[in-house]
Design a binder for this molecule. Sequence first.
Ligand SMILES: *Cc1c(COP(=O)(O)O)cnc(C)c1O
Length: 373
Amino acid sequence: MSCPRIEVDLGKIRRNTQTIVGRLGPRGIGVTGVTKAVCGHPAIAQAMLDGGALGLADARTSNVQRLRKAGLTCPVTLIRTPMLSQADQVVQSCEESYNTEILLISALAAAAIRIGTVHGIVLMVEMGDQRDGILPENLAGIAQQVMKMSGVALKGIGANFACLSGLAPTVLQMAAFCDLADEIEGVCGPFLKIVSGGNSANLPWALGEHATGRVNDLRLGEAILLGVEPVSGDRIDGMHTDAFTLVAEVIETGAKPAPSPIALVDPTLARLRIAPASGVSKRHILAIGHQDTDILGLSMPAGSTFIGATSDHLVIGTNRSMLKLGSEVRFQMNYNALMHAMAAPDIKVKLLDNQPTKQTRRTQGMIDHLALV
Ligand SMILES: *Cc1c(COP(=O)(O)O)cnc(C)c1O
C-alpha cells in the first residue's frame, strides 16, 4: 500500500460532527464545518455535512474551488478576509465571506454585480485576539455603509478567539459580542442572520453553565477533525481523537554505534537528538520528514521514541522487535502535523468508512468500502 499515507476514518468525522451538533443544538447554536486543515478535501467536508454541519467554511478560495469541483453545493463561507486580487473568485465560489475592509467589500460588490449575484458579508469584529477584525467602536459605521451598497448583503457578525493570542474567550467578552449584535440591529434594522461566536476554542464557553445569548453559529475545524479542544489540548468528551492516522515506512533498521563527537562547523546545524537509553535498543529510519509534516506534532507509537528528523527522514528508537524493512509505523497527528501532511504532495489520502450519503442505505454489518482519492 502507498506510503506515506494518511488514513481518514470518515465515520469518526461524521460521528464527531453529530456529537458536537447534538450538544450545541439545544443551545441554539449551529455548526459550520471548517475544512482548511484538510485543504477542502471533498469527502471529509461531506462527512461534516452528513454529521449535521449546516454549511462549510474555508480560508482559501483554492480549497473552496476544490469543494465546488467535487460537486458540493452547500453554502460555503470564506473565513479569511479575501484578497483584493481575488474578488471575482470569491463571489463566484462562496455565498459569504468574512470582511474587515470597506474597500474590499466594495470590490466584492462590484464583482457580484458583474455576475448578477448578491454576495453575503459577515463583518469580523476584533474582540481581543488581535488578529483580523473591525474595532467594536467602528462596527456600526461600517455596517451602515455595507447596507447602502448593492451587490452585497449584510448577513451577520463574527468573532474569533485564541488563534493569535492563544486565549480562550471569557464570558464577559462573549456578552460584549452579543451586545454588538443588538447594537448593529438597532442601527441597521434587519435581523442579523449570523452571529458567529468563534472557533473550537469557544466550545468550553458554548457548553458552559451560562447563557449563550445571541450566538447562533460556531465555526469548528479542530474539534471535529481531532476531537480536542485547542486551548487545553484536552479530548472533548465522547469524541474520537483518532480519525486521522499517518503511516510511514521503515527504510533502514538496526543499531547504530553511539555518535562520536563531531566537530560541527555551525553547532546550530546539529539536527541529531540523542534518545534516552531507557531500554530502547534499535534505531529505525522512516521515509518521512520535515517536508511532509510537522514532525514534532506526531505522537510516537507505544515503545518508540523520537530521535531526530531531517527534511526527508525520521529517526526513531524502538524496542518493537517486529519492525523490519518495509514495515509500516502509524502515528497520530496534532493540528499542525495534520495541516501540513494534508497539503504534502507525496502523502496519499486513503478514505475509510466512506459510506454513501444516504443514511437509509446504511445496513447493519455492511462492509465499509474503501476509496482512494
Ligand atoms: C481556522 C478558523 C476557524 C476554525 O478553527 P478551529 O480551531 O479549527 O475550530 C474558525 N474561524 C476562523 C476565522 C478561522 O481562521
